[in-house]
Design a binder for this molecule. Structure first.
Ligand SMILES: [Zn+2]
Length: 453
């Protein structure tokens, strides 16, 4: 099984090397913007070949880029345009579909092609062997306008091990973090891992994410971990307060601060998620790890049902109530995203620990009794911390119940895997019938302290 990873390498650049990297990334960005304008004038061209013929000489002469990089510029612009064409097509298809049902419906026009795509951040693409290569003693050589620069790098130990062992290297992206005045090289590499076998994944784990506990993890032998969400919620509250003041101020410098600030918040959450993922994977090695399909949770919460209060808020327009509603929505979106990130990190790091992640339905994981299968909202009296089954009286911490249900569903996935040899990493959620059958099966799953596989 070939798996592609991306290693984030921190470059140890000297002040002179930083100047060289600044020069090449800025030249590359200017070349991208120039090429983007040309492509835009040529009917939003998306053919890399044609665009290259049109712009290559100009890029070489005007921006002084080395030949390989000058080839990457039109390729990148063409890819951006191709993406936009696809989006436009999807946009039109969607409209055509809706218009058959609601002929009078008006649509917002597609804005992607209003102006040439603008490239703002300093990034550039390197090709392995052509304009970047490894040097002895954990060093990398990268192309700049003033020839090659050799510098040391740091990174995640598991990644470095593979790179040193000489795995297959793909393209790399040079990326600049402004706050830290630091360049990183994002290198994609391919590792050939042995195909996972059920026998090598004896532990079955469920991971439940939520507000109160950022994550609750349990395996089928009832070894559980609780990761409090308090610290992260508090910090989020702080960020929220600062964001509010800055937004209210609304000056240009406030907007600038706001952008820097959102980056800091994102990195804080990413740090926390990285550490959580590592702790979870270390606690349960060689495991099948079940993650909830977060899309189901959104469905479970249901489409935002408009209450009377909402309607009056809409009429009042920009009233405090409407703002509060918007804020709540934003918060929900933000936490959904931070949960999705945690899952991505777990899934991504799992193969390094001999584990693998699978996705399971999240429907009713907080309402279904693991002792008798009874599913009801009333199993959560007062929506409190405790789950109490209406039918059998079984009591358990509400968040742990979610994790147990997910672990049980993951166990079902593993049983299928053992029986059929095929692994459905992600159940097909689009098929209503299959979903109903699956939910029926989940209702038969029972928890016992030694539900060992
Ligand atoms: Zn029960």
């Amino acid at each position: 099984m070939k798996v592609t990873f991306t290693a984030k390498l921190k470059l140890r650049h000297s002040p002179e090397q930083k100047i060289a990297l600044d020069a090449v990334t800025l030249a590359y960005r200017d070349a991208l913007n120039h090429t983007s304008r040309v492509a835009f004038e040529q009917n939003k061209m998306s053919s890399a070949m044609k665009l290259q013929t049109l712009t290559y000489t100009g890029i070489r002469e005007t921006f002084d880029l080395p030949s390989q990089m000058a080839c990457n510029v039109p390729r990148q612009v063409a890819a951006t345009n191709k993406g936009l064409w696809t989006k436009l097509k999807q946009h039109n298809d969607r409209q055509a579909q809706i218009i058959t049902v609601k002929p009078k419906r008006r649509f917002r026009p597609f804005r992607g092609f209003d102006a040439p795509a603008k490239y703002v951040s300093r990034t550039l693409t390197y090709n392995f062997g052509r304009d970047f290569s490894w040097k002895k003693g954990q060093q990398v050589s990268v192309q700049t306008l003033e020839g090659r620069q050799v510098m040391a790098y740091e990174g995640y130990a598991a990644h470095l091990k593979h790179i040193e062992a000489g795995c297959k290297i793909g393209a790399a992206k040079l990326y600049y973090q402004r706050g830290k005045r630091q360049y990183y090289l994002l290198v994609s590499f391919e590792v050939d891992l042995p195909d996972p076998q059920p026998a090598d994944h004896k532990t079955v784990v469920g991971v439940d994410v939520g507000q109160r506990y950022h994550a609750v993890v349990t395996d089928t032998r009832d070894r559980s971990l609780f990761f409090s969400g308090q610290a992260i919620n508090q910090k989020k509250g702080c960020f929220e307060a600062v964001r509010k003041t800055l937004q209210r101020k609304g000056t240009r410098s406030a907007t600038r601060r706001l952008i820097a600030f959102s980056g800091r918040e994102r990195r804080f959450i990413a740090d926390r998620n990285h550490s959580l993922a590592a702790q979870i994977l270390n606690a349960y090695p060689e495991a099948v790890i079940g993650l909830e399909n977060l899309k189901d949770i959104r469905e479970r919460v249901g489409p935002h049902t408009r209450t009377k209060a909402d309607k009056t808020a809409k009429v009042a327009g920009g009233s405090e109530q409407a703002k509060a509603e918007k804020r709540r929505k934003n918060n929900r979106r933000r936490s959904q995203w931070s949960f999705a990130e945690l899952q991505t990190f777990i899934a991504y790091k799992a193969p390094f620990k001999g584990s693998m992640a699978v996705q399971v339905d999240a429907h009713y994981t907080s309402q279904q009794c693991v002792k008798c299968g009874h599913t009801s909202k009333q199993n959560r009296p007062g929506s409190g911390l405790l789950f109490v089954c209406e039918v059998c009286g079984f009591q358990v911490h509400a968040d742990l119940l979610g994790a147990r249900n997910i672990a049980l569903r993951t166990l079902a996935v593993r049983q299928d895997w053992t029986a059929t040899g095929a692994l459905s990493v992600r159940p097909d959620v689009s098929d209503k019938e299959a979903k109903a059958a699956r939910l029926l099966r989940y209702a038969e799953l029972r928890w016992s302290p030694d539900t060992s596989p």
